[in-house]
Write a new protein. Structure first.
Length: 87
């Protein structure tokens, strides 16, 4: 993910296109490995953030979390994964 790009919105769209080129349309990942943050977040999907409701994009930006915006995979993409593994 190009999380250091100056234009994060454009970078998210570009990354979503890369996923489609590599993993099909819609992209299906073989494996997603998720961890759990101290506040219960996973994949930069933080409780209460509006990005949790994004259903029309595979990659999206979060609200401000720990003083910055994050790029994340959304629930639709995560739910299409063939396998999900976590701690």
């Amino acid at each position: 993910m190009p999380v250091e790009a100056p234009d994060l919105q454009a970078a998210a769209l570009e990354y979503a296109q890369t996923l489609r080129e590599i993993a099909g349309t819609p992209p299906v990942l073989d494996l997603v490995h998720l961890g759990l943050g101290p506040d219960g977040h996973t994949a930069s999907l933080v409780p209460g953030d509006a990005v949790l409701d994004v259903m029309d994009a595979d990659v999206a930006l979060t609200g401000i979390y720990q003083s910055r915006r994050r790029m994340t995979l959304t629930y639709p993409l995560l739910n299409r994964a063939r396998r999900i593994c976590g701690w």
